[in-house]
Design a protein. Structure first.
Ligand code: HPA
Length: 267
């Protein structure tokens, strides 16, 4: 049995839950908005890597948000922890085997555009994979999806429109833009920031794109929202601390939870 099948076997009581949510750095605060029914430490799930980042708690939760059952990853795996792209995306394949169809992703990101300020939230409309990695490298898992998955529309139009509609109804400011994933863990130099801006990226982070590629391969509908935790202006560059990132992610967390709640209630 492969890794994802073994994990899915242990989690089989969750099969039939249609939506999974990933909480990024500092966004564990969103747990408060979820009515949690069950929690599994990642260590108890066979094949799951252990989250090595202290800012992530590393638990899979089952609960309710917006009146819908959800599976929630509180803490995710990153390439910079030394995990392969395949390991980082194992939970997505497990979700697929459990019957998940919608994936709602949150992350912490640095703003690359002047109007993106710490504490803002940004709907991800497209991405740039700048990691040099891809979770689909190797023999294709034909039971999950095709060899060359299309990426013309990785982020679901339907879910994005629901997010826009809900933001409008709640008078929430929702920016939109392109997210670029870098490998990390070092942050960007001023010159790298200029390069990312010229490439067309609006926000930069160290997660999400691997997961989205795997989810699209599996045929899931994806929604992703970034908490802007710092603004990277190469002409006025200032160091960013993890504490600042977490503080601003925590500030943005309730807005992202509200957005996800609204989307879920319309599904
Ligand atoms: N760069 C990369 N990843 C990040 C940043 C950043 O500025 N902020 C939060 N995650």
């Amino acid at each position: 049995m492969d890794r994802e099948s073994r994990a899915a076997e242990v989690l089989r009581s969750f099969s039939g839950i249609r939506t999974a949510v990933i909480l990024g750095t500092g966004l564990g605060v969103m747990e408060r908005e979820i009515d949690i029914r069950e929690a599994f430490s990642y260590a108890k799930i066979p094949g799951f890597p252990e989250s090595t980042v202290t800012s992530h708690s590393g638990r899979l939760l089952a609960g309710t948000l917006g009146g819908k059952s959800v599976l929630v990853m509180s803490g995710r795996f990153h390439l910079y922890e030394g995990y392969s792209a395949e390991e980082v995306t194992l939970p997505i394949r497990v979700f697929k085997l459990l019957g998940v169809r919608n994936l709602l992703i949150s992350n912490a990101a640095g703003g690359l555009r002047k109007d993106l300020e710490p504490g803002n939230i940004m709907l991800v409309t497209d991405h740039i994979n700048f990691t040099g990695r891809n979770p689909l490298v190797g023999t294709n898992k034909d039971n999950l999806g095709p060899r060359f998955p299309d990426m013309t529309q990785p982020y679901s139009r339907r879910l994005s429109d629901l997010a826009r509609k809900h933001a409008k109804e709640k008078s929430m400011e929702l920016h939109e833009g392109v997210y670029v994933q870098v490998m990390g863990p070092s942050l960007e130099t001023a010159s790298e920031t200029r390069m990312l801006q010229r490439m067309g990226a609006d926000a930069v982070g160290m997660s999400t794109v691997m997961e989205v590629i795997q989810a699209v391969h599996c045929g899931m509908e994806v929604l992703a929202v970034s908490a802007i935790t710092n603004s990277n202006d190469p002409d006025n560059y200032a160091p960013v601390s993890l504490e600042t990132v977490i503080a601003h992610a925590e500030k943005a967390g309730p807005s992202i939870a509200e957005l996800f709640r609204g989307v879920l209630s319309s599904l």
